[in-house]
Design a protein around this ligand. Structure first.
Ligand code: GRF
Length: 193
């Protein structure tokens, strides 16, 4: 089996990244985590990745000002240098240009903390509680130019319980994220998604 080479793009703590790294240790897992890229130099997830010996790169968006194309070209350059096959966005807080998304069409996936198409964007847990929905959850989907859209690969719900705060609900959803992201990446790497 030739394992697909995966890059994980992060901006923060990287708990989904860690879940993917852990899953990819299994000998029969069809993907290896070859690279972690962060747009935030101090992201906690970078330290975590370095500790596991995975190659890391920082592409600091601040260095590119408002030039999103140039930032995305730098990202693309790093991905090419590391011969990456599949890109996983995991708490990566930058909008990507349509040109970049097109280059990675069908090979770039994202995890979002809601049952898409409900609650695209930020603050999903607080919004779910405010709306009074009874089910919330997480979704892994292919990335398309439109934010938090694109074909769904995996999705799982959790109940919203009486007394939930955004934090308690987020923790319940995060446990689901850590389970479904490795499953979704497996399906994509095996060409099943
Ligand atoms: C996760 O909830 C993910 O779904 C969202 O941002 C959060 C990132 O958490 N896109 P982590 O960095 O993976 O811990």
């Amino acid at each position: 089996m030739t394992k697909k080479r995966v890059a994980i793009l992060i901006s923060g703590r990287g708990s989904n990244m860690a879940a993917l790294i852990e899953a990819a240790k299994a000998p029969d897992y069809p993907a290896e985590i070859a690279l972690v890229i962060s747009n935030v130099p101090g992201a906690a997830g970078l330290t975590r990745a370095r500790e596991t010996g995975i190659a890391t790169e920082v592409v600091d968006h601040k260095a590119f000002g408002k030039d999103r194309e140039a930032f995305d070209r730098a990202l693309h350059g790093a991905l090419e240098r590391h011969a990456i096959d599949i890109v996983c966005l995991a708490g990566f807080m930058r909008l990507l240009t349509p040109a970049f998304v097109a280059k990675w069409s069908g090979r770039m996936i994202n995890i979002h903390p809601s049952l898409l198409p409900a609650f695209k964007g930020l603050d999903t847990h607080a919004r779910a509680i405010a709306e009074g929905v009874k089910q919330h959850g997480a979704t892994v989907h292919f990335v398309v130019p439109e934010l938090d859209s694109g074909p769904i690969i995996a999705q799982e719900s959790v109940p919203v319980l009486p007394g939930d705060t955004p934090e308690t609900l987020a923790a319940r959803v995060l446990a689901v994220e850590h389970r479904i992201y490795p499953l979704a990446l497996r399906r994509v790497a095996e060409g099943l998604a």
